[in-house]
Write a protein that binds this ligand. Structure first.
Ligand code: PSV
Ligand code: MN
Length: 390
């Protein structure tokens, strides 16, 4: 790769924005143990302050997603002002209908009309929050489903879901969108009411233009060709957003690009091919991760850098050469063009480009040297550390 090649992809790289989830800064774990970390935020403000550190050293993460009720505050306009003061803004609002007793048998798809009403009202509350935070996207992920064959009527639940979503959609402002996330299993194991992109697509297509699919990279069966789903959703103009993370086995929520950087490259290559990184693209890129054993702020810094690195590599695919090889059915030639881009080490040029924008060449080292971690550890004494679920 020449510096001229790199200069050609710089405008796209400079536009790149990856939203951080507030919950990545709280404690998290498995059903075996949630380990705590000194200095973990206790409030939404402290989570936002930590997220702002990621943006300060990378310039890649200008917004923070909130989760309601985990990030409930009395004054959301004040929370937004706090965020802006720290150099970031608030982003997607995530609803939560999976932690109340009432939702044991589902929420928006529940058989019980009172439970559906409660879940719809919760989404209305989330839209009220969006109106105060200026958020564009409402993200819905549902734990709804069943554990046993015959437990409930699968077909009827789809109808309930459609009706509930339509009620929520109607309530959105004209510049607001809803993104519906799918997940193939867990916590329901026999069936999930939104298990796959097809179901999410069918449900959002019935709502209207401002209803789109959210693709969480960790929510597929092993071996699924996720880039194919990306291509199809972009083709259908229904790819709303990404929840990036990586997995070895299930919904591991590990650092994006850690388990399989080549898969991340292939996904981003397809995003670029489908116009998802064009200047007028409305596709939102977000992390949905938890840091169970590693330090959280560096974990998020590593994550956005992984996305940036694979984006740079994918942007370097020689499209003209690839097209020519594909048209000639030159199987190995086309594959070689694709792999050449994947094997390009973009790190030195990304470091230079960071420096030219007044950012540290090495964000991981810069954060470690900043003293922020030691200062917050000393400062954040007492109170209750935030966790996945609080
Ligand atoms: C649960 O699987 C989950 O990780 C979903 O991916 C949501 O996006 C996230 O929680 C936050 O609600
Ligand atoms: Mn997710």
């Amino acid at each position: 790769m020449t510096t001229t090649d790199f200069a050609a992809i710089t405008p796209t790289l400079e536009r790149q924005a990856i939203e951080l989830p507030s919950w990545a800064f709280g404690n998290s774990g498995t059903r075996f143990r949630v380990f705590t970390t000194p200095g973990t935020p206790r409030t939404p403000q402290e989570k936002i302050a930590d997220a702002a550190q990621v943006n300060r050293v990378t310039g890649l993460a200008p917004t923070v997603a909130l989760h309601i009720p985990w990030d409930r505050v009395d004054d959301y306009a004040a929370l937004r002002a706090f965020a802006i003061d720290h150099g970031v803004d608030l982003g997607t609002i995530n609803s939560n209908t999976f932690q109340d007793e009432e939702y044991k048998f589902g929420s928006l798809a529940s058989t019980d009309p009172a439970v559906r009403r409660r879940a719809i009202d919760h989404h209305f509350d989330c839209i009220d929050v969006m109106n105060e935070t200026g958020s564009r996207d409402l993200k819905i992920w549902l734990a709804d489903g069943t554990n046993y064959p015959g437990q409930d009527d699968i077909r009827r639940r789809q109808d309930h879901l459609a009706e509930s979503l339509a009620t929520i959609y109607e309530r959105l402002g004209t510049d607001q969108r809803v993104v519906l996330e799918y997940k193939f299993f867990e916590p329901s194991f026999y069936h999930m009411d939104v298990p796959d992109w097809g179901t999410s697509y069918v449900q959002v297509a019935a709502l209207g233009e401002r209803a789109l699919v959210c693709l969480d990279t960790g929510h597929h069966a092993p071996g699924t060709n996720i880039e194919f789903i990306v291509a199809q959703l972009l083709r259908l103009k229904k790819l709303g957003s990404f929840d990036f993370n990586s997995r070895f086995y299930a919904d591991d929520d590990l650092i994006v690009g850690a388990a399989d950087p080549f898969q991340l490259f292939r996904i981003i290559a397809e995003v670029i091919r489908g116009g998802g990184m064009a200047e007028d693209s409305t596709v939102a890129f977000m992390l949905d991760q938890c840091h169970n054993i590693e330090a959280k702020i560096p974990g998020q810094i590593r994550s956005v850098l992984n996305v940036q690195e694979m984006t740079a590599r994918a942007l370097l695919i020689d499209r003209a050469a690839l097209d020519a090889a594909q048209e000639a059915n030159d199987v190995l030639g086309a594959n070689a063009v694709y792999m050449d881009a994947f094997y390009t080490d973009v790190r030195p040029l990304l470091a230079d480009s960071r420096e030219s924008r007044g950012l540290p060449a090495d964000p991981m080292t810069a954060f470690a040297a900043s003293g922020y971690q030691a200062a917050t550890t000393e400062e954040r004494v007492g109170g209750t550390q935030a966790g996945w679920g609080a």
